[in-house]
Structure formats: C-alpha cells, structure tokens
Design a protein. Structure first.
Length: 277
C-alpha cells in the first residue's frame, strides 16, 4: 500500500507517526510524509497533539503492536532518538493530565535509543528506581540527553546529582548545556531551593538550570514575580508557562519580559512592550 502520514500540529517530530511508519514499512508498504492536500494514497494517517490527541480524547493511543515499534527516525531525517524510558507520574497535579492518561508510574524499554543523542519525553524521569542506572547508561555510552519534559526537583538527591553532573545534558537543539525543572507552586519553594543547592554543590552550574514557571492557573502576579525572583537570585533561568489564560495582557507581558531575558536590561515596571517590540 501507499501510506501517507500528516503531522497536523506540534513542533517536535511526531512520535506516533514515526511508529506508524515503522509498522507499515515492516509490512512492505511505501510510506511518505505528506501535507493535507496530497491525494493518491491507499491509507492516510493524521496526528494531532494540541488540536486532537490528548486534547481531543485523553485515552487516545496507538494500537497494540504499533505502540511498541521502534520509531522510523528516517521519516523526519532525525539524527537523534526520541521516546520514553518511563510512563506516568507519581504526582497528581490539578493542571496536568499525565496521571489520568498514563496511569500508574512504570518503567519502559530503552530499545528506542539508536543514536548518540536522545530527546526524552518522560514525565517524571527521576521517579524511576532505575534512574541512576539509566543516567550511567547515558554516561557510559557518551549519549547527549535532552530532558525536555523536565525533571522533578523534589526528587533530587546528592547521589542523583553526583551522577547527573557527568551526563551530557543539553537543550532541545543539543547546543546549550541545559537541565529542565519546574517551579509550578509556591508550596514547593523549599524543595526547589534545596534541589538547586544540591545540584550546585555537585558541580552543576546554576545557569544550566531552567525552571518552567506555571502562571495563570492558581497564582496572581505577585506570586508569579516572587517565583521568578527566587530563581533569578539563585542564578537559574526561569521560563514562564502560561496556563490557558492568554487574554491576560499583563501576564503575556510578564511572560515575554522573562522568557526574552529583558529582565537583564530593565525592570518589569519600566518594561514597555511597544518600545521593546
């Protein structure tokens, strides 16, 4: 068969489409990444993340036998691997669907890693009892790793930090040294500060640490600014994540001021979007 695959949305290469491609190629089918206007295919799959997928049906998943496929990285001409070494999360945050969608936390196979670089999609990598073994695997095999979904700062220990510092951790483009975490709620402030202290004492540079800061869910501007200041004062990089509240101009301005690093040249009170833009 001639099989067409359409990535409808999302910036990252679509993992579901790569697994579908691997499945059909294994059957001898001809597979091609196409746009929505292309015709003359026997079967066409479209994959949505934000306009569909979990946003459309929280229980949506690939059929058994396809989910386990090693992705077809050639579909997007990737020079890195992408996937999960674990599924689920031990947390039950009110703003997050992971626990409901993926269920109880469990380790997954690392068979999908076929390159010297890997983009991890684990929702709570450090929750695994095997996390140190996995980190040592990356070290021993000289694999560059992007922990794109973030690591749980509350689970940071001296033992983990002393191994993590030796991992070749990078950002999404595998260019800048970067570890991702989250400071989503003021209630975890002490854990955030403690975790940062552990990492710095292990030899991780504070400007390697980027923290997602959820705003617009259950906090006000004063609380959002306070979390930004805590991270900035410690030398870390805050990154504002707006929760479904893009109509709030002050919040959008605050997000731009932080994420574009304008705070390095002016205060938020002096920030003027019309001048900056």
């Amino acid at each position: 068969m001639n099989v067409g695959l359409i990535q409808v949305d999302g910036k990252l290469p679509n993992l579901a489409l790569m697994k579908l491609s691997a499945f059909h190629k294994a059957r001898g089918d001809h597979v091609k990444l196409i746009d929505i206007s292309t015709n003359n295919f026997d079967v066409v799959y479209g994959s949505k993340i934000f306009m569909g997928g979990s946003g459309y049906d929280i229980k949506q998943k690939l059929p058994d036998g396809i989910e386990e496929m090693i992705p077809d990285y050639d579909l997007f001409n990737l020079d890195y691997s992408i996937g999960f070494t674990s599924r689920g999360c031990i947390r039950k945050c009110n703003f997050c669907i992971v626990n409901e969608k993926e269920g109880e936390f469990k380790d997954d196979s690392m068979r999908f890693i076929k390159h010297s670089k890997v983009l991890l999609l684990d929702n709570n990598f450090l929750a695994s009892e095997k996390c140190i073994d996995k980190l040592n695997y990356f070290i021993d095999n000289k694999i560059k790793v992007c922990f794109n979904q973030g690591l749980d700062i509350r689970l940071m220990t001296k033992e983990i930090a002393e191994v993590l510092v030796n991992v070749k951790y990078y950002d999404l483009n595998f260019k800048k040294r970067r570890l991702y975490f989250a400071f989503d709620d003021l209630s975890i402030e002490k854990s955030v500060i403690r975790g940062i202290d552990i990492l710095i004492n292990a030899g991780v540079k504070p400007d390697h640490l980027m923290f997602y800061v959820l705003c617009g869910f259950n906090t006000n501007h004063k609380q959002d600014y306070y979390r930004f200041k805590v991270l900035n004062d410690l030398g870390c990089l805050p990154f504002i994540m707006i929760y479904n509240n893009r109509g709030n101009k002050k919040l959008r301005d605050f997000s731009r001021w932080v994420n574009k690093r304008y705070y390095k040249v002016c205060s938020f009170d002096d920030y003027n979007t019309k001048v900056i833009e």
